[in-house]
Design a protein around this ligand. Sequence first.
Ligand code: COA
Ligand code: AMP
Length: 630
Amino acid sequence: MGYREIYGAWQSDPERFWMDAAEAIDWDQKPTRALNDDKAPLYEWFTDGMVNTCWNAVDRHVEAGRGDQAAIIYDSPITHTKRAITYGELKDRVASLAGALRAKGVEKGDRVIIYMPMVPEALEAMLACARLGAVHSVVFGGFAANELAVRIDDCAPKCIIAASCGLEPGRVVHYKPLLDGAIEMASHKPDFCVIFQREQEVADLTPGRDVNWDDFQHGIAPADCVPVEGNHPAYILYTSGTTGQPKGVIRHTGGQLVALHWTMKNIYNVNPGEVFWAASDVGWVVGHSYICYAPLIAGNTTIVFEGKPVGTPDAGTFWRVISEHDVKSFFTAPTAFRAVKREDSAGDYVKKYDLAGLRAVYLAGERADPDTIQWAQDQLNVPVIDHWWQTETGWAIAANPLGIEELPVKLGSPSVPMPGYDVHILDEGGHEVPTGDMGAIAVKLPLPPGTLPNLWNAEERYLKSYLEHFPGYYETGDAGYKDEDGYLYIMARTDDVINVAGHRLSTGAMEEVLAGHPDVAECAVIGATDQLKGQLPLGFLCTNSGTDRTDNDIIEECVKLVREKIGPVAAFKHAVVVDRLPKTRSGKILRGTMVKIADSEEFKMPATIDDPAILDEIKTALGKIGYAKA
Ligand code: COA
Ligand code: AMP
C-alpha cells in the first residue's frame, strides 16, 4: 500500500488503524478500544490497556534474542569515548537503578527530574523511571538554575537524578552548583538526589540529601516492570510558551508506545537490529522520542552522541559516526548542517568516509531552507527529508514516509500529513483558506496517539493555548499553507516563540527577565534572521529617565541577566537602547515590523502605528550593531 491508501485507511477507520498498530506492542492487558472520547475535547488513547514502556523498550528484546545486540552506542568526541551497551546489559543496569530508586521510595506516579548531559546514563534514568511507572521530567543542560527551579516547583519531584557535570567544547558545565542553586530557589524540595559522578568533575555530595549513582545501587534487589494504565503519564517535558512559565507537556504511556513504534518503519524506514541516530539532546523532544524511546521500542540500536556538528574535532564528525557505526537513518536539525556547510561547503570531509550504509537523512526542529537541503542531498546522495513536528505532538505531523513510499520531495515543504493528523489551514475566523493561501495551521481533533493529552497541572492553560481559538481543532501555533498536492509549507509562528539553532525559545520569557533589570522601563525581544542559527533574539530596551548608567553597561548587564536566568541556550547577545518602542495606537508593540527592519526587508507602514518616526530611530539603532543594513 502507498501513502494515499494508508492515509485513507486511517481516515476511514481510525479506531481500527490504531488498534492494528497497537498489535506491535506487548500489553500486560490489551486495550479494548483505542480512542477514549468520554471527556472530549480532552482525548486519551488506549486508556484501559495495561503496559510498561521499559518492558517494550528493553526486556522484550532480550527475551526475543536481542540480548547481545547493542541497544546504545555512546560516542563522545568530547571525552574521546566510544562504548556499546547491549540490550542484556541495559536491562540489568536499568533494573538495578530502578530497584535502588524504589528502595528510596520512588513509586508509580512519583515525579523524577533528570538533569543530565548526553551520556547513556541519562537514557537509563529515563527507562528506570518508566520501569517503575514514575513520571520523569528531563531538563536540558543549557538552562540556568532558575529554569530548573521553575520545573521543580511545577512538577514537585520526589527525586532528582543529575550528573556531576556536562561538557561543552572548551567548557565544563558545572551541574552540581546549578542543581544546588535550583533546589535552594524552589519552594518544593526533593526527598533525595542521585548524582552520577563523571570523571571530568567529581562533585561534592550534600550529606543527607545526595546519594552516589553507584553506591546507592549496591546490594539492592533489581526491580521488575510495573504495568501501568495506557493513559498513565510517561513523562512531562517543559517547552516554551508565550510567557516565562513553561508549559508541561504530558505524554501518555500507551499512545507513545504505539505511535513511536509505528513511525520507525513507516517514516524512518529502519528495521529492528539496524542503527538509528538522532543527533539531538535528551533534553528536547527529539531526544525523548528518537534518541531514547522509539529506536529502543523498535529494537534498533540508538546512538548517544556527546559532541557538536563542528569543532569536535571537525566538520567530519557526523560522517565519521555514520560510517563507523553503520547508521541507516540519520536525524538532525538544519542548523547543524548549516554549521557543517559553513566549514566544509565542498564536502571534503564527506569524501573521507564510507557512507554506503546511510539510506536517508531527516531534518526537523525548524524550517529547513531549500539551500541546506540541496547541499546535503548533493553531498550525501540520499533523500534528505524535512519533517515537521512539535514537543506537543511527540512525532511528525507531516513527513515523507520513506518506509511506506518515497513521495516526490518538494524543497521547502515537510511533505504531507501523517495518518492521525487531519491538517487544515484556517483564517482568523476559523474558515478554511483557499489552496496556496497562508493561514494558521490547525489539526482537527482528536490528535493521534502519542500527542499531548493535556498540560501538567494546567488544564485551563491547555484549553486556552491550544483548543479555544479554533473550536474542534488543535492550534499548532505555526502558520503556513498547503499546495494543490496537499504538501504543507510551514513558514512562521503565530505567537512569540522563536527558534534559535533548532531550540524553541520564548521572547516573552526573555522580556520578563529584561523587565526585571532596575534601569529598564520597557522592552521588547524579537527573533532576527540569522544565517547559522535560523533566528537570534534581539532586545530593545527603553531605559528609565534619570538613570546615570551608560547604555553599554545596561546592555551588558541585560545579556548577563538572560544567561543567568534562562541559560546560555537562549543565545541572547544583542540589544539596543531606544527612546521608545513602535506601537499601535492601542499600545500593541509592532514586533513584526521590527523584525522586518532588523532583517532589512521591505515592509508596509502599519496603518495603526502611533508614531511612524520611531521606525527611523529603530533603524538607526540597529544599524549600529550590524542589522537593518538596507
Ligand atoms: N549544556 C550547557 N550549555 C549548552 C548546552 C548544554 N547541553 N547546549 C548548548 N549550550 C550552550 C552553548 O555552549 C552555547 O554557549 P556559549 O554562549 O557560551 O557559546 C549556547 O548554549 C548556545 O548554544 P547553541 O545555540 O547550541 O550554539 P553553539 O554555538 O554551541 O553551536 C550549532 C551551534 C549550530 C553547532 C549548534 O547549535 C547545534 O548543533 N545545533 C543543533 C541543534 C539541535 O540539535 N537541536 C535539537 C532540535 S532537533
Ligand atoms: P519544538 O517544540 O522545540 O520541537 O519546536 C516546534 C516548532 O519548531 C514548530 O512549531 C515549528 O515552529 C518549528 N518546526 C519544527 N520542525 C519544523 C519544520 N520541519 N519546518 C518548519 N518549522 C518546524
